[in-house]
Design a protein around this ligand. Structure first.
Ligand code: AMP
Ligand code: MN
Ligand code: MN
Ligand code: MN
Length: 281
């Protein structure tokens, strides 16, 4: 079965509209899809408002990717299948929306000190109605000629450990998990290898994640080697976590992942997270 439980649209930092993303998934033969924009369900709402576009037999799950903090590490928690009108998730998303604005001001202040005036207005203009994030700062820095490309913007200013990597605004990981679970959804630890934690620390994170109510982790994320996927499958099995798969597609980058993943091709037998297990409509 071809699934994709981690994708982005221009409701956050993806390049495609929600409908274009859906069309992309249909072309790729995706049978179960979640649009998981950073800290918003606006793209998902837009899609279900035009639900006639869904082909027969395809399932679209409610989704989002929440920013959070655990032990000083910025952790992303994917929420799937929750009732997006539940007050807990609504309040959580509202809090994250303010946190993103507050963070954008802090990032801009730091960049301005480094000789990049107008960073806040510039990034806001890049974001438009999308949930503002570091990629919008990167796009503005490229447009202003401060850096050659977005990669350089992350390498020099915005990436992990750099001046623009502000995490203090995010809620605790346990809170993010709690909002998803309270709203009847499944909480998934996103791309476990992206945090560059030691194996011991990752396992400590998983213990806390499960204690908060998390029940799944991504064993497949775009641009992973098969060996890494195998490793993550073994960890999921060791912890009794459901195994999720998502491309983390953002745009048609030459080197980037495509939408969709054939779950039959996982290197190790796992308890696969599916729409049926999530209990989504
Ligand atoms: P934010 O959600 O605002 O913290 O921004 C994080 C987003 O920036 C990620 O979801 C990626 O889409 C993007 N990103 C992270 N690292 C890089 C990088 N090195 N180059 C380009 N984009 C990146
Ligand atoms: Mn992103
Ligand atoms: Mn992420
Ligand atoms: Mn993502």
């Amino acid at each position: 079965m071809i699934i994709d439980f981690h994708t982005h649209s221009h409701a956050s930092d993806g390049a495609l509209s929600p409908r274009e993303l859906l069309a992309e998934a249909v072309d790729a033969g995706v049978q179960q899809l979640a649009l998981t924009d950073h800290d918003t369900v606006a793209g998902y709402r837009a899609l279900i408002d035009s639900a006639e576009a869904l082909p027969d037999g395809m399932r679209l799950l409610a989704g989002t990717e929440l920013s959070s903090l655990w032990s000083g590490v910025g952790i992303h928690v994917v929420g799937l299948g929750m009732d997006v009108d539940h007050p807990d998730i609504r309040q959580g998303l509202a809090l994250l929306d303010s946190a993103r604005r507050e963070r954008a001001e802090l990032i801009a202040g730091r960049l301005e000190k480094l000789g990049m005036p107008g960073a806040l207005a510039g990034a806001e203009a890049e974001a438009g109605v999308s949930q503002i994030g570091r990629p919008h700062f990167a796009a503005w820095m490229v447009a202003e000629g401060h850096v050659a490309d977005a990669n350089q913007a992350f390498d020099k200013y915005l990436g992990a450990g750099k001046v623009g990597d502000v995490k203090t605004c995010w809620p605790a990981m346990a809170d993010a998990v709690g909002w998803i679970v309270a709203a009847g959804g499944t909480a998934v630890l996103a791309h476990p290898l992206k945090y560059k934690m030691t194996r011991v620390k990752l396992k400590r994170c998983l213990v806390d994640f499960m204690a908060a109510g998390g029940t799944a982790m991504e064993v497949y994320s775009g641009r992973q080697t098969r060996e890494q996927t195998r490793d993550l499958c073994l960890i999921a099995n060791e912890f009794g976590l459901l195994a999720s798969a998502g491309s983390d597609f953002h745009a048609h980058w030459d080197y980037g992942p495509k939408v969709g993943f054939d779950a039959g091709k996982l290197p190790v037998e796992v308890e696969l997270l599916t729409a049926e297990r999530i209990g989504a409509a």
